[in-house]
Design a protein around this ligand. Structure first.
Ligand SMILES: [Zn+2]
Length: 292
């Protein structure tokens, strides 16, 4: 049994995951409550773990980056401003008296899906989560791929439209996630809607399905940008398997034909037909299972 902590922008989920990758217990609290108070956040996490009736061997944490897994510290996480620079691993270890490891949440989700979901323990595996942003985790020969100093490469910020496209919070413009994430799709739809109506990703997908021409255009545009970014990943990495997850992938059938078309068109120098594109299987507990 492993304790798991999934730190996200809305909530911090804490749970217990068994050896088969099943969540046997989980509890959560709002991230907002502790965003400037790491001591009480860590105390809440430790309390849930220490008072669970399931004894665990260790604890895994998945957190949105920048996260430094080698040193166990957090960088400036947008929704946890008061936690910058804290040694999360050391502090949770002393509060729970168990070994603790920390991983970027995109990597944690990739590990979970690789071990227990659609990943099938492939030697070259990439997991792409299309949500508020786009997160990519890479598993190479059974291990999370990290860059220099344990850093997490940010493939969601690869430049798709050089010198143009929306300005991104990272300081660049035309980034993949500012064009192809669920949030980007909603924003573009609102800006270009004849009455600037605000529609959610789910509403846009539903409308596209029922034949609404505007929603179909929005979906097609998003699918095209998703395809361009994925084609870059295929050309650069040639993974065996790319697994897609996130809110708008619930309507994956609307996006996949265009994604496949762009990959075929753009990836002329690699055997792109050997890259399998699949959908995540773990569902809403992906973060917790991955953290474990
Ligand atoms: Zn960016």
């Amino acid at each position: 049994m492993i304790g798991a902590v999934d730190i996200g922008g809305t909530k911090i989920a804490v749970g217990m995951v068994d050896d088969a990758g099943q969540v046997v217990y989980s509890s959560e609290f709002a991230t907002e409550q502790v965003k400037n108070d790491p001591a009480s956040g860590i105390a809440k996490i430790a309390e849930i773990i220490n008072h669970s009736s399931y004894p665990c061997e260790g604890v895994g944490i998945g957190c949105t980056g920048p996260v430094f897994s080698d040193s166990g510290t957090l960088g400036y996480v947008e929704f946890l401003p008061g936690w910058t620079g804290i040694h999360l691993v050391q502090e949770l270890e002393s509060a729970c008296h168990k070994p603790v490891v920390l991983e970027n949440d995109a990597n944690a989700a990739a590990l979970g899906e690789w071990a227990w979901g659609a990943g099938q323990k492939a030697d070259h595996f990439m997991m792409v989560t299309v949500g508020t942003g786009i997160g990519v985790g890479v598993i190479l020969n059974g291990k999370v791929y990290s860059g220099a100093g344990g850093s997490h490469p940010e493939m969601g910020h690869q430049t798709i439209l050089a010198g143009e496209g929306p300005v991104c919070f990272c300081g660049s413009r035309g980034c993949w996630e500012s064009l192809a994430s669920g949030t980007a799709m909603e924003r573009w739809a609102q800006e270009n809607h004849p009455e600037h109506k605000k529609l959610s990703g789910r509403e846009l997908c539903g409308l596209a399905e029922s034949g609404d021409p505007f929603a179909q255009k929005v979906v097609q545009r998003t699918a095209n940008f998703l395809g361009i970014g994925l084609a870059n990943l295929v050309t650069i990495w040639m993974p065996e398997l790319i697994c897609l997850s996130g809110g708008i992938m619930k309507a994956s059938h609307l996006f996949l034909p265009e994604i496949q078309r762009v990959i075929k068109q753009n990836c002329g120098l690699v055997p792109a037909d050997q890259v399998k594109i699949s959908l995540a299987k773990l569902g809403s507990h992906t973060g917790l299972i991955g953290a474990a």
